[in-house]
Design a protein around this ligand. Sequence first.
Ligand code: ADP
Ligand code: MG
Length: 222
Amino acid sequence: MIRISDIDFRYPSGEFYLSIPSLSITAGEKVAVIGPSGSGKTTLLNLVAGILTPGKGSVSIGNVEISSQHDRARRDFRITNIGFIFQDFGLLDYLDVQDNILHPYRITGALNLSSDVRERAHILAEQMGIADKLNRHPTDLSHGERQRVAICRALLPGPKLILADEATGNLDPKNKVHILELLFENVDRHNATLLAVTHDQELLPHFDNVVNFNEFLQTETL
Ligand code: ADP
Ligand code: MG
């Protein structure tokens, strides 16, 4: 499902350097990404999503080499095939919760906003415990509620790949396990693949595999 070969990545500014010789994730796998703060976990998710592109090497999702495509193609591929739960949620404050959840359907012709989709959006919101908040704006929600809106938005199109950047990080312990179970249920139902950054050691046994960033960390010799 995800194949990374021999990538190097640097931001235009700053010292950060990420090098990953090889990383493969099979379709249907649930993989946790762990590592110290600042080690590049979010950067990896952005490279997989095609938001960032590597300086060399390749990133492929299924049989699509996303890293060699143009901006527009990467964006369309991402919206239709990848559900990304961003670390900072990426919600739009000027839209209410319902319109945030439906937003992917409004920005690409590849997704069709039918009454069935609206109904599924409502069911998802109910499962996530935010159905009574659909007409509020993100600014009027708690951190944990905003996070659940971001999860609903990512899951609604039924993507084959879900990237979750600390998706349970701001939830209390009871909600954390509940939301993780819902996330896993959705992943299983769609035969999807999950790549999830987490700091929660106790959640690791729920995953099939763990990618530990300590193995990619290196000091550069100039
Ligand atoms: P993590 O998610 O593991 O905490 P990140 O992938 O967010 O780490 O960041 C890795 C490193 O890259 C950090 O040192 C961070 O400061 C740096 N970094 C992140 N974004 C940028 C950027 N846009 N420009 C320059 N450096 C960045
Ligand atoms: Mg991060």
